[in-house]
Design a protein around this ligand. Structure first.
Ligand SMILES: [Zn+2]
Length: 215
């Protein structure tokens, strides 16, 4: 009986309401302006719902999502012209790499773009802030780095870079930064993915302020 109930819950699970709420909030923070950014959530069958391309993230409806299946096929709720986010390949790579990931969120913020230019290398040392604990690093004065990737016009190239690098070495934290572009996080729940975006944006904001203050 209990299993039946669980099965019904998982069949009826629809993350779009939660994704719309997160997009509203990120948009209000200025992190998803001009249709930028994309949010996705995995379904029990391995497919995922992702925000459609070219939609304002401040006024999404359930029709502004596309369901992407593991074989790459897609399905929109009503309008066949609704296309999945141009950055869908990054989400696919994240779900392939991290079996536990249930949600993948990607936003574009001014602070993330500034921080991505602080160094020339392929990873950014993060300051040892208390907030880093929220990303799963429980150490005194942690030596934590965030992987940094070059931006490419062809998004599948970014996705391929992510896959190659993370297959060779898993990152310390569930987050990556694309230079002059924005941050991507993944988590085992939608709520946690939202927290991770808040934490990474807090850290970026701190880093920009600290540089300005000469710290
Ligand atoms: Zn983007």
């Amino acid at each position: 009986m209990k299993q039946q109930l669980l099965d019904t819950v998982s069949v009826n699970f629809d993350p779009r309401v939660e994704l719309i709420g997160a997009a509203d909030y990120f948009y209000a923070q200025g992190w998803m302006l001009g249709t930028a950014g994309n949010l996705s959530a995995k379904m029990p069958d391995g497919s995922f719902w992702i925000t459609a391309s070219g939609k304002s993230k401040g006024k999404l409806s359930q029709e502004d999502f596309v369901r992407v299946y593991p074989d790459g096929s897609t399905e929109a709720p009503v309008d066949a012209k609704v296309k999945p986010s141009a950055e869908t390949s990054i989400h696919s790579s994240i779900y392939e790499l991290f079996a536990d990931a249930q949600a993948c969120y990607h936003v574009h913020s001014v602070d993330a773009n500034l921080v991505s230019n602080f160094i020339k290398g392929d990873e950014i040392p993060l300051p040892p802030l208390e907030m880093i604990k929220g990303l799963g690093i429980w150490e005194e004065n942690p030596n934590c780095v965030m992987p940094l990737f070059d931006n490419h016009l062809k998004v599948p190239q970014i996705a391929s870079d992510i896959k190659t690098r993370f297959l060779a070495q898993k990152p310390q934290i569930p987050a990556l930064l694309i230079r002059n572009h924005g941050v991507t996080v993944w988590a085992n729940s939608l709520e946690t993915a939202r927290n991770y975006i808040e934490i990474t944006e807090f850290v970026f904001r701190y880093m920009v302020a600290a540089r300005k203050a000469g710290i």
